[in-house]
Every structure is written in structure tokens, then in C-alpha cells.
Design a protein around this ligand. Sequence first.
Ligand SMILES: [Zn+2]
Length: 245
Amino acid sequence: MIKTRAIVLHRFPYSDSSWIVKALTEECGIISFIVKGGKRKESPFKGALDPLSLSEVVFRQNPNTELQFIKEATLLEWRKNLREDLLSLAKAQVMAEMILRYAPQGVPLQDEFQLLERATSELDQPADTPKNNIFAKWLLSTCEMWGYDLDLGTCSRCGGTLESSAADFFPETGGFVCKSCLGVESPRAKLETVNGLWALRQGAEIQHPQFTENALLAYLRTHIGFLKEINSIKFLNETRKLFEE
Ligand SMILES: [Zn+2]
């Protein structure tokens, strides 16, 4: 029997009364569970299998099947504040979907678990806590974790160390260009993007996070080839229109 913490990444109905739940477990990576009777009101699992919940699950891993039967699930964190903040919710959904689609299958994913646990817990802080950097930090750490380390501190043309915000950034290559290398050329990246990436490096608050987040998403997209589109990005973009400039 395996007992491990798990973050619910996705859940969909299976028959009238059951769920299929895909969760990132701390010990065994991504596991698909079938939860018979999970939709019934009197289900013992209650909020433990809601998407983005942190729970402790108990199951026996049957190597001959893709779907595991869950024996117990105990809710540890339901993430109430995160759920009440649409923008945080939208960002958390993108993280969950990216893990589900792009993390390696069938292997332990302890680093992925740790980063997602930290990011969702930070997004779950009370509403007045600054949250601008959380998703960008997660994206940057994910680049590194998946082998596409992004060097935020070096000009890709002269190799010099950046002393202030870069003048340009190319998301396809992850290359920064310093002010003297750019010279009189017009930058392709927006000022909000390079300033945000600089703030991320300095640990300062990012002013317009959607530019930084989009630049990091574009960088990752080039490297892992995800244009199997991430569906939840559409919801994030709609939500940004409501809450960000
Ligand atoms: Zn340079």
C-alpha cells in the first residue's frame, strides 16, 4: 500500500457516479485514479479530490493497469483563498495542465511536486499578499527543472553581465541583449517584458506580470514544443483582461 501526498491536477466524470482523477503524487509522479461513487454526496473523499487540492492518498499500485483504485483520500489543503481569486486560480490551472501534459510519465516527479506545492500554497495566501511573481517564478524554475535553464543575467551578444534591465529579449532562444549591444536598433521585446524579467532576477516585484509570464511561456513553448495548446491559457487570458492592465 502506498501513502503519499498528492495534488489533484485534473478530474473528469466517468459514468454517472464516478470520477477519474489525475494527481501529481509526491512519491510516484502522475497517477490516474478511478474513484467509484466519488460524485455521490456521501462520498468519503469530499473535497480531497477537487482539482488543485492537496491531499494524502492511499492506494495499492497495480502495475498492470493505468487506472489505480484509491483506497483513502484525506484533504490537507483545499486552497480556499486561491479558489476565491480568479487570477490565482487561472494561473494554478495553467501550472496543473502543463505538468499533466509535459512532465515525464511513469516516473517520480519530486521536484515538480515541490515546486507546484510551493506555488499553489503561495497563491493561497490572503488576498492582500503580493502575488505578482509567483507564476513567473514557477515558470522560471520549471525551465530549469526540465533542462532549459534561462540565464537572466548575461547578454547573449557580448557575454557581459547585465548591470540593469536588458534592452531586448528573444523568447525563441532565451537570449538577452544589453543596452550597448542593442545600440540604435529597436528592441522587439516590450519594455514591460524586459523590466519584468529583470525584477524577477532581482527578486523585486514584477509590475505587469502578464508580459513576463508570456515571455517565459513562449520560451518554454519553443523548447518543449508545446503547441498542443494549453487549454487553460485561454481562461487565464480572459481573466487577465478583468484584473490586469
Ligand atoms: Zn551585450
